[in-house]
Ligand binder design. Sequence first.
Ligand code: T4K
Length: 364
Amino acid sequence: MTVEAREKIFVTKPYLPPKEEYLAYVDRIYESGQLTNAGPLVCELERVLADYLGAEHFQYVTNGTIALQLALKALGIEDGEIITTPFSYVATTSSILWERCKPVFVDIEPDNFTIDVSKIETAITPDTRAIMPVHVFGYPCDVDGIQKIADKYGLKVIYDAAHAFGSVYKGKSLVSYGDISTLSFHATKLFHTVEGGACIVKDKDVSAKLDLIKRFGHNGDEHFTLGINGKQSEFHAGMGLANFAHIGEIKAKRKAITELYDSLLGGKLQRPANKNGLEYNYAYYPVLFESEEQLLRVFEKLNSEGVYPRRYFYPSLNKLPYLKEYTPCPVSEEISSRIACLPLFVDLSGEDVEFITKLIKEAL
Ligand code: T4K
């Protein structure tokens, strides 16, 4: 088949539920006349997801970026330093900067790319307010080690758990760790509501504050605090409910694709280390090349055949051009230069995976 005749394969393709299942929710919106502002579908989705994730206090919000910003605001963090990872999507760092705090980068572990706990303590100063690690690609940080340090220094922990939906660690949902965990339900995520996100909050009062802040900080005519519009619409919630009905099938399909990649690649490319006690969610399929040169060679081959993996995540965030200072993070910088995610989505066929792995092996 020619490249032109073959459908392009991107790193992901959003899952879409059967149209009539989504339209049944749209019918309900037309009947209720409530389009947004804590409508019935938003409330239903919050209940369903809170139950699935074992979360007592669950706030559905507009996206995963605003979820991080709301988390900082709700915990009363308005300035100071936030210890974070340089290996993530830019939103982790930009949310800190947008909230007028300073990101302090601590390097990552080379085997599963999460923040290196052994390096956190030396980065703590009197200005440190919180630690914001990322369960990158759905792999868990050292949650016990991080909590120990947070307790010792009186710091808050906000997990950017944008990739962690459905991962279970040490018998608990991975989003249940920390003071607040945030999720992204962007269209590219394994569970999505087109755009969307959530905060899973440990403390009831913090959750109530976050709820107030996400809807402008007022109740009727009484204004309590500075707020923002972080609310989500009924149409987004409807898509979430329609998608959630298929979550078992979505996870099973992603697991099968991952296993097929593993067996066809036969260990030719390095993969993140397995962690004891993890039930993985199959959010991404990251692979490490031997060098950036090898990565670029494989990309050239794949792109020429209409396959588009992505350099998640590059560059290492400590090298963002708009930061005021540069903190070296050699492990993250090195990993970022040679890591990529291969296509992984429900519609990806076994033949597609065979085709992609064949091209990779040829290029290697
Ligand atoms: N924290 C972390 C650790 C994150 O990874 C993210 C987001 C956030 C926080 C912030 O959450 P949100 O505010 O976004 O909820 C994508 C996503 O836009 C972003 O949500 C995600 N992480 C990041 C890892 O990936 P891009 O720039 O790679 O997206 P894009 O548009 O290039 O999409 C990738 C591929 O997917 C495209 O090549 C084609 C395909 N695609 C995409 C969309 C949107 C489709 O086929 N259909 C679509 O509708 O950032």
